[in-house]
Ligand binder design. Sequence first.
Ligand code: ADP
Ligand code: NA
Length: 319
Amino acid sequence: MRILTGIQPSGTPHIGNYFGAMRQIINIQDKGETFIFLADYHSLTTAPEPEQLRKNVLELTLNYLSCGVDPEKAILFRQSDVPQVCELTWILNNVTPVGLLERAHSYKDKIAKGFAPNNGLFSYPVLMASDILIYQSNLVPVGKDQKQHLEITRDIAIKFNNQYGEVFTIPEELIPEEVAIVPGTDGQKMSKSYNNTIPIFGKEKEIKKAIMNVVTDCKALEEPKDPDNCNVVALYKLVATPEELEEMKARYRAGGYGYGHAKLALFDKLWAYFEPMRQRRAELEQNLDYVWSVLAKGAEKAGAEAEKTMDKVRRAVGL
Ligand code: ADP
Ligand code: NA
């Protein structure tokens, strides 16, 4: 079973990213032969600052390695280190009907959000198809919003196979079970766009301050409280054992337990939860040669697989 997943570099990670996305990607590495790529070619569709893009690739690698990607279990690599994926994109362009791309929701959404309608953005699903097909992936974990892109990938693969012979594995999407939305300090969805985040790798003071700012109602210390409608409890649930959670809920209901107490308990648990990851990150930051070597080895392994596919593709189309 070959599983492939791509991640876009996206700023300082918060605990919403961890529980909503990173943890799932890390769990996947135990389920099959796993390829995880840092989607820097895809990032170019929205024109990031060049220095920022390079920095983001390193940051993302550090974050995933710190949080548990194991280079012995998963092939972690930078998309652009295997440029054959662009060669394949060109070839696949020629079996991709324009109408198929015109129907893509994500393109229409991006344009509606004001992104310049460049051809990269338009043909993004073809690059995505190349990413998937070049590694002969069986399973691609994606969010619901990406389901259509997987359908496009299958259409392209089937069309190519019909025209040139059986070259590509037809992939399936794996829609992970719904992960709960992690609330931010203001109770809305935690998001870097809302300034309501708790960063994974923040300083102790910064994280404590964010937690102390978590919005609650204003019941007095002695009053009983509702644990089922409280942001502090919702966050505590992510990092506490079921017993610890029940204990906190009982204290809420009993009264005599203030939000300040609950927030301190949350801070302690959260800080302890991410302690091994912080330590690992600090070690890796002191050993960037190792981090780059992980990407280099990943590129070598992924590149070898890509080259196998491209050899078949080139022969099939007459190159
Ligand atoms: P942000 O909203 O901070 O910009 P991104 O859009 O970059 O976060 O999300 C990166 C990944 O993290 C996505 O897979 C997204 O679903 C997940 N994610 C982000 N915020 C949350 C959240 N509050 N709860 C659960 N998952 C989240
Ligand atoms: Na694996």
